[in-house]
Design a protein around this ligand. Structure first.
Ligand code: SF4
Length: 309
């Protein structure tokens, strides 16, 4: 079935549900302003979502892009284009921010893969962009091999809490010889991830005692926070734009589970999602609510597990 035919519709605002603080169009965080002279529309945040002003600007810009792209092309292609645009923006922003880090502070280098052994959060458009990339670039036999590997990984990890997923036994299914095999379309979160201490990353992943102590502490590793904040802002803008302006389910998904669905599940999933249904529910992950890496921006927006988008 062709996944590219379904259409997402901008919200009419007539379905108003139960959440408080909604405007007449049913929006909680966003408003759409029309310039009376030019007729151009602009999406704005009704109130700040983040403490830092630049993050609110970035979130509003991402929501504007989401509105502009899906209004013109409310299809799977449009969602893929939007995700690609967000990914490119995230990489540009991260590069600019990383350039401001104190010299040599950020330890991440090509071939360093310690952060690729854990559950990874994605939004549905990111998952669609990854699936599109794989389906359009890989020969059939290689695509089938990747789909099998993803499904096997999903079978092993589907009911695992994220703490258990953080293990050298559970590399991301897209990790190949220490490198990301989907680098061009890697998730937004992967683009923001960084560390100030590669040795610390290695020890807490590979030394069982250090790993247990790290997980018990509930404290993340030492990172240069600006790229991570940029990821939160872009992801939030994307989630808000599609959930409030198009009534799409933008609660984050677990990468492996989402790719298992898209590569091995029925071909109608993207269509159903664009019609406002929730076909990705099985990819919500075992305990996303407990993993700040998966759910933090969403929770801040009221898109946390178990809540209406
Ligand atoms: S998608 Fe790529 S960068 Fe992200 S965890 Fe997987 S292998 Fe690592």
């Amino acid at each position: 079935m062709n996944q590219r035919n379904s259409k997402a519709r901008p919200s009419s605002g007539k379905k108003g549900r139960r959440l408080a603080h909604k405007d007449v169009a049913g929006r909680v965080h966003l408003a759409v302003h029309r310039d009376p002279a030019s007729g151009n529309e602009r999406v704005v945040l009704r109130s700040p979502v983040f403490r830092e002003a630049w993050q609110n600007d970035v979130a509003a810009a991402a929501a504007n892009t989401a509105y502009a792209v899906l209004r013109v092309d409310p299809s799977v292609d449009g969602a893929v284009e939007l995700a690609r645009s967000a990914m490119a923006a995230m990489s540009r922003l991260a590069a600019g921010l990383l350039a401001r880090a104190p010299g040599g502070a950020v330890a991440c280098r090509a071939g360093c893969d310690h952060c690729c052994y854990q559950a990874v959060g994605v939004t549905p458009p990111e998952a669609l962009a990854i699936a599109d990339h794989l389906k359009t670039t890989l020969p059939d036999a290689e695509l089938a091999r990747v789909a099998r590997r993803v499904s096997e990984h999903h079978e092993r990890t589907r009911d695992m809490p994220s703490a258990e997923r953080f293990s050298p036994d559970h590399p991301c299914p897209f990790l190949a010889s220490g490198r990301c095999s989907i680098y061009d379309v890697r998730p937004l979160s992967c683009r923001g991830m960084n560390s100030l201490d590669a040795g610390e990353c290695a020890t807490r992943l590979r030394d069982p005692e250090a790993r247990a102590a790290f997980l018990a502490s509930g404290v993340g590793g030492r990172s240069f926070m600006e790229p991570i904040r940029a990821f939160h802002a872009i992801s939030a803008g994307l989630q808000l734009g599609l959930s409030e302006l198009f009534r799409l389910d933008m609660r984050p998904l677990e990468l492996t589970a989402a790719m298992h669905l898209l590569l091995s599940g029925p071909g109608s999933l993207a269509d159903a999602w664009l019609r406002g249904q929730r076909p990705f529910e099985p990819a919500r992950g075992a305990d996303q609510g407990k993993d700040p890496g998966l759910g933090e921006p969403s929770a801040a927006l009221g898109l946390a597990p178990g809540r209406d988008p």
